[in-house]
Design a protein around this ligand. Structure first.
Ligand SMILES: Cc1cc2nc3c(=O)[nH]c(=O)nc-3n(C[C@H](O)[C@H](O)[C@H](O)COP(=O)(O)OP(=O)(O)OC[C@H]3O[C@@H](n4cnc5c(N)ncnc54)[C@H](O)[C@@H]3O)c2cc1C
Length: 404
């Protein structure tokens, strides 16, 4: 019996390890598009921008349980047949499977604006990092396009490295969608206090320069000098290899609450998804389905989906309830750590503790329930607030099973 895990990132690695822990004794093949063994992405927008950084610390340690996994790296899957139970790799290799784990994550959305491409970067992969670091040493002024979490982290890390930094963001505030206006305004204040400049409510329209980028033209008619540009404008799920199988690939791969991939509306017991690419109805989403791009969620979904797949391949019924781990996220900007639990960015925002200019806990509510919390600082309150979100999930899951 063979399980093929497609995607050698964190979700792929954790699912391979968890398959063994769940007692699956067959062959495990992990097919990865990148030529690298699984590595840690969060430092790419943080420490890795700093002058002293050793990329050798990025690869994950492979647990003993995954010691006999066969790694097929540098050959992305280009097609799959769920009917024939095969995956085809770029070099023509066809892998048959009894169970399939979809863990192909997302890639950076790129702007492809008119003008030179040299000097314009993304931060998602080890190869992106190598290219970026080669140029960072010569740069004095960097323009970051996109003021989301990753863009804001890059801005903070580049500023800490001593570079002049300007962030272009179409919204009126950075990180506004996940945080809400008040907290986003406070983070803007902190970035500006450190000397980062913002061009809010504007869009880049072109890159200027002969051989490489020297400036960015904006939608308001102005131009910004730039030795280097980092684009951080969202992500695109890697699902093209699954085309032609009747799956809902509108935004990632649609799954049921047990992370079983839905084919023609029916859940496949032999095809699961995990990590950034999986879209599923978490209890905190009140019936909606969404992808959640958080580091801990890649681990949690990988473990959960692998356990389900191992049970199904053993002919056992699913165990326990739907996937309901607390979505947990962090972001490091300067010496500030933000931590979030649950679903944030809801319109009903209340300060639960502290004050925004210092350390605070901010709550996001829905239907009178605390659905999400963001901590700025207040690291000692991690356990308390995470438990509160776990309670909300338990209440919602309970309500759901009573309704059924
Ligand atoms: C710069 C950066 C900073 C981040 N910082 C934070 C943070 O501070 N906190 C936090 O909670 N989260 C953070 N995240 C998010 C977190 O890293 C992701 O949620 C996590 O890496 C998702 O893991 P994954 O395995 O689903 O996807 P990935 O890690 O993207 O792995 C997917 C793998 O699949 C491969 N692949 C794609 N297509 C194919 C194919 N057709 N065939 C084979 N392989 C394929 C890809 O090349 C990739 O190697 C950050 C992400 C980035 C990029």
């Amino acid at each position: 019996m063979r399980v093929v895990v497609v995607g050698a990132g964190m979700a792929g690695l954790r699912s391979a390890e968890a398959l063994r822990r769940a007692g699956f004794e067959g062959e495990i093949v992990v097919a990865g598009g990148e030529p690298h063994m699984p590595y840690n992405r969060p430092p790419l927008s943080k420490d890795a921008i700093g002058a002293a950084f050793d990329a050798a610390q990025l690869p994950f340690r492979i647990a003993k349980s995954a010691g006999d996994v066969s790694w097929q790296l540098g050959q992305p899957a280009v097609a799959a047949s769920l009917a024939a139970r095969t995956v085809t790799l770029d070099d023509g290799t066809v892998l048959g499977w009894d169970g399939l784990m979809v863990a192909t994550g997302v890639r950076s959305r790129r702007l492809n604006l008119p003008g030179p491409a040299a000097g314009v970067h993304a931060v998602r992969t080890l190869d992106d990092l190598a290219q970026l670091r080669e140029e960072l040493g010569h740069a004095r002024h960097i323009v970051v396009v996109g003021g989301g979490f990753i863009g804001s982290e890059v801005a903070a890390a580049a500023r800490t490295r001593g570079l002049g930094v300007t962030v272009i963001e179409p919204e009126p505030l950075p990180m506004r969608r996940p945080l809400g206006d008040e907290l986003a305004a406070e983070l803007l204040r902190r970035h500006e206090q450190r000397g980062v400049r913002f061009r809010l409510g504007t869009l880049p329209t072109a890159f200027e320069g002969d051989d490489r980028v020297r400036a960015v033209a904006l939608s308001d008619g102005t131009t910004l000098e730039a030795d280097l540009v980092v684009e951080s404008v969202g992500s695109i799920p890697n699902t093209e290899w699954l085309d032609g199988n009747g799956l809902d690939l509108a935004d990632g791969v649609a799954c049921d609450g047990r992370l079983r991939v839905l084919a023609g509306g029916d859940a496949r017991d032999d095809v699961m998804a995990a990590g950034d690419v999986a879209r599923y109805p978490h209890p905190l989403l009140f019936g909606a389905s969404r992808r959640i791009e958080h580091w801990t969620v890649a681990t949690d979904t990988g473990k959960y989906a692998a356990a389900g797949l191992a049970r199904s391949l053993a002919g056992d019924q699913p165990d326990g309830g739907v996937f309901a781990a607390v979505p947990t996220f962090w972001s490091d900007q300067y010496d500030l750590r933000l931590q979030s639990f649950g679903v944030t960015g809801l319109p009903d925002v209340r300060i639960l503790e502290g004050d925004l200019e210092g350390e605070a806990a901010v709550g996001y509510h829905r239907d009178g329930l605390l659905a999400g919390v963001v901590l700025i600082g207040l690291g000692g309150r991690y356990v308390h607030y995470r438990a509160q979100i776990a309670d909300t999930i338990a209440a919602l899951t309970q309500a759901d099973s009573t309704t059924l």
